[in-house]
Design a protein around this ligand. Structure first.
Ligand code: FAD
Length: 425
């Protein structure tokens, strides 16, 4: 039995890995780009690799941590302090320890409300009703306006841009629950020393070592279906490739271009610049949510998470989420966008000098992740479809809800492969 997997991101790689490990021999991954990894792909700068989009993991990422161990990389998975702060009213406020929270612009009443919100959410049972109200409505009802405006709105904006007020309360609950590896000194986040590039490389080596085929620069333009059954795919430069099963890991929207009739799921885009700098930008903070008027929602200083000595320079991501193609951050040239980000940095950080920036890269894609709008849960596609032999798995799968992650994509790949190996009745 031949299985073709469309997409060499983590879902596709994980599905192939699982199938080959379980003794399914004829598996091929077709990847559009010249490199593997999708959203978790990396730049190769000098003698190191760094993710195109900032990445860290949580202690609850069981499948990912297990896979890293299986690939023999467990010794290099490290748990490091990942500090968070807010830029509000022209000032940076670290918000990690109880003392920092007391010094923050949140009033004592808001801090009490915040503690109550976290406590309520951690103790709450899952409820389908949460999928039908927005996080904004839930917070306004349960904690009031000032906590929403000063704490939750910047957080939601940094994750969903202009869709911040349409995201479901289910997302908020999921997000707060996974952030559990916290002590009095702050939160510990995981990172694979040397970069998650090593995870992609380890999977690639293992898949090809077990006889799997990986083809890059190979865009699938059609999924061929006859009499309700998948027959194969058409791929650029390769023509028609026959197969008994096809797993599509691309966004349902992208899939609808090669397979008309697939239900759509709202996705957002990302415009993420990475700056290589001679000097650090912030003193200690890893992640800064921004409430001020600049064209980005967060600044992520990777080298305040990993030591700058690993790279020989300082690495800073500046990032925004895009909701549609009319957004000037999508339409402008790369240079224009980066200039606007640099102007924003000058506005926020008086000590920042453009001359400190040695180089930049821009990762920009209009479909990088689902947006968890209200009602999302009811539209999540199952792995098996009405078409015999056609499976869908990826960032849009239940495994990635309500928080998309590398772990969720790996789990989606594993679970989907499991359904092919041992079909569920
Ligand atoms: C800005 C950002 C930050 C993130 N931060 C984190 C984080 O801190 N921690 C974390 O755990 N996760 C994070 N994630 C999520 C994580 O990166 C993703 O969940 C995961 O990498 C998605 O893998 P995937 O295989 O499901 O999808 P993708 O990575 O999108 O893979 C799909 C693949 O399909 C290919 N493709 C598309 N169309 C075709 C076609 N027609 N033919 C062939 N190939 C095709 C694409 O090129 C791509 O390689 C982040 C994501 C983003 C966007």
């Amino acid at each position: 039995m031949k299985t073709i997997i469309i997409g060499g991101g983590l879902t596709g790689l994980a599905a192939a890995y699982r199938m080959l490990k379980d003794g399914v021999s004829d598996v091929a991954i077709l990847e559009r780009d010249s490199e593997l990894g999708g959203m978790a792909a990396s730049y190769h700068i000098g003698d190191y690799h760094i993710e195109k989009y900032y990445h860290h993991i949580f202690a609850s990422d069981r499948e990912l941590i297990g896979l890293i161990a299986d690939l023999g990389l467990g010794g290099d998975l490290q748990w490091l302090k990942g500090t968070t702060g807010y830029h509000i009213d022209g000032k940076i406020y670290p918000m990690n320890t109880p003392l920092e929270l007391l010094r923050s612009p949140l009033s004592i009443m808001d801090l009490i409300r915040l503690a109550r919100v976290v406590f309520t959410i951690k103790g709450a049972k899952d409820s389908p009703a949460l999928d039908n109200i927005t996080a904004k409505e839930w917070i306004l009802d349960n904690a009031g306006n000032s906590l929403y405006e000063r704490f939750f709105e910047p957080l939601l904006r940094s994750k969903f841009g202009n869709s911040h007020d349409k995201v479901s309360a289910a997302w908020l609950f999921g997000r707060i629950r996974i952030r559990s590896n916290r002590s009095a000194s702050g939160e510990k986040l995981g990172y694979l020393r040397g970069g998650f590039y090593r995870l992609i490389a380890g999977l690639t080596e293992s898949i090809t070592g077990m006889g799997g085929e990986i083809v890059t620069d190979c865009e699938v333009s059609e999924v061929a279906i006859e009499n309700g059954k998948v027959g194969g795919v058409v791929a650029e430069g390769h023509g028609y490739l026959e197969s008994d099963a096809v797993i599509s890991t691309v966004s349902p929207h992208a899939l609808s271009r090669v397979l008309p009739g697939v239900s759509d799921i709202p996705y957002q885009g990302t415009a993420c610049a990475l700056f290589g700098m001679a000097e650090p930008l912030m003193e200690e903070l890893y992640w800064l949510n921004i409430k001020s008027e600049v064209p980005f929602g967060a600044v992520v200083e990777h080298t305040n998470f990993l030591p700058a000595t690993d790279y020989g320079e300082h690495l800073v991501y500046v990032t925004a989420y895009l909701q549609n193609k009319d957004d000037p951050r999508w339409n402008s040239s790369a240079q224009e966008l980066v200039d606007s980000y640099l102007s924003g940095l000058e506005k926020l950080f008086p000590n920042f000098r453009r001359s400190d920036v040695g180089w930049w890269r821009l990762a920009r894609d209009i479909e990088t992740a689902p947006v968890y709008l209200t009602g999302y849960a009811g539209n999540i596609p199952t792995y098996s479809t009405d078409v015999s032999g056609l499976y869908l798995a990826g960032m849009f799968s239940a495994a990635n809800y309500p928080e998309r992650s590398m772990n969720g994509s790996i789990l989606a790949g594993f679970e989907c492969a499991g359904e092919i190996i041992a079909p569920i009745d």
